[in-house]
Every structure is written in structure tokens, then in C-alpha cells.
Design a binder for this molecule. Sequence first.
Ligand SMILES: [Zn+2]
Length: 355
Amino acid sequence: MESETATRPRSLWGLLMLSFIALVLVTVAAPRVRQQEAEVPDPTPSPVPTRQVHRRPNVLGRPLSVARHNAYLPLVTVPERTPTPTPTATFTPTPTVTPTATPSATPTHTPTPYPTPDGQARGVWVPILMYHYISVPPPDADLYRRDLSLAPATFEQQLRYLADNGYMTVTLKDLVYHLTLGYPMPERPVILTFDDGYRDNFTHAYRLLRRFNSVGTFFLVTSVIDENHPDYLTWGQVRVMHQGGMEFGSHSYSHPDLRGQSVDYLVWQIVGSQEAIAERIEEPVRFFSYPAGSYDQQVIDVLRSAGFWAAVTTEQGDWHASGNPYELKRIRMRGDDTLEQFAAKLEYDWEDNNP
Ligand SMILES: [Zn+2]
């Protein structure tokens, strides 16, 4: 009885102390737990790429060669694990793009790691369109210049066609991430590339791309920019376009034939130009366009060792497989292409016809 009354206050006191200690522990430990939770990778659902089904509207009235397309499909495999880090870009195909809408958001640049291939073989149809001038050629322009020039109105028509038909512009970086890591692609991707870096790429192409909330990839010849040549972009314009979400690549220092050249020469032409661009856009330059489409194995070796991820050729085609990123095919845009011809080029089965 006595001991009971004596112990009761003690156990009450002990209980209070225990509660206090517990409270202190909880308060101290809780932020730590929360911090640990924060460090746990975000369990975002893995970007399991849906099987690439290349749906082409049959503009030409020509039956799609489904059998041939399906023959490629086993190459497209679904990775089992989420590639780390979690992809920053998830494509939500927006088939209804209002062409008149002003760009709602400036695309932001998030630093992305070097895509170490996960070993999966993949392939995807992406038309990579090749443009040069976006301007009406001067009256005395020769055939060559005319062929390389698209009137701004024509280019605008094409952008409207892409938007109206559910195409979505992506970058070469998106393509590389898809091929190496299985990052998602929109259902109808298209890449718009511009060679040589003409001044009208800023005054017309960039202006129209922004209006359609689209993105383009511009390959620069850097010697003419350094010389402030009036026909070519300025570094200031390059910076503005880059901040506006455009992608930049190198087209060499002075546009020579790179075949059969010494390594020193190639490094000067390729790495020199790569560094000049990287310095201005404050981002590594990962893509190359072969001047006049000419290259040999040594050029590819220099590109690879200089940290380039991919290169585009002037070969015609739109099927891209992992394992050969330095010989990406493109589709040439011509000055006198009608809108029907433009649509036909997008739908054309290049691989069937150009084996
Ligand atoms: Zn060129």
C-alpha cells in the first residue's frame, strides 16, 4: 500500500518523462525522415514507351506497306527498368494545335546527362526535314539558290499542315534519348533542320516556329558568323534563338569537303566550330551536319571522340535505328515543293523505295 502510493507518483513522473523524450525524438527525427523521403527517387511511373506505331495518313491514296513496316517492329523493345534519371520530357501528343495561339511557354533547358545506351535495340520513324534558306530568293538568284529557298509563306503553310495533322516537332536530342534509353516520343514526331545558318533563319524561320510553338535544329557554319557576314546569323541572334528553345549544331568551321582530311584538319573544322557555338549558347554541342553531306569513317571517329551524339547526312530516309547515330537520314525540302508534295514527302515510304 505504502509502496504503491510511493511508486504511483514516480510512474506518473516517469510516464511524463517518457512522453517528453518521445516528443523530443519525434520532433528531431521527423525532419530527418522527411529529408530521407525526399532523397528517395520519385516513383514516377516508368516512361514505358508504347510500341511505336507509325500511323501515316494515306495522302497519296497509296496503300501503306504494313507488312514491311511490321518487319521492323521486333527491333522496338520495351525496356524493363526505368532508365535513371527520370526523363524530364514526357510527350503528350497534342493533335489540335491552334496555329494562331501565341507560344504559351518558352521551352526550358534542363541539363541532361550523356545518354549511355541501355543496350536495347530500337528504331523509330521520324522524318528529319532539311531546310536551308527561308526567304524569297533575289530576282537574280540562280537555280541552286532557288532550289534551296522556301518562301516564308510556304514554310508557314507547312507548319500549319504539320499542326493540323497531328505532327509534333521534336529535337535531335529527343531522338537520341528515344533510341538510347527509350524515352517517349510523340505519335507523329518530326524534326526540322536548317543547314548553313542563314540570316533569314532568324527573321523568318524562328519567327514562324515560335508562332506555331514549334522547335527547329540549326546547323551553323561558324567562320561566317565570326566574320559578321550579312547573309548569316549573328551570335546575338543565335543566343536569342537558343533561349527561345531552338537546338543548335555544328556544320563545320568553313563548310569544306571533310573526306580524306587529316585528323588535325578535322579537329580544327569540327571541334573549333563546336566550341565556338558551345561558348555562345553555354551548352555542349552534340549534333553535326556534314557539309554537303560528305563524310568518311575518320570524320565519324572525330565526331565521336569530340562528344557528338549524332550527325545528319543528306541521304534520303526517315527510319532511324539505335546503333548508327552518325548517319541519320533526312528529307530534302525544295523551293518549288507544293503543299501536296510536302505532305507526300512526309508520308512517303522512303525505306521501301530506297533500300
Ligand atoms: Zn551546308
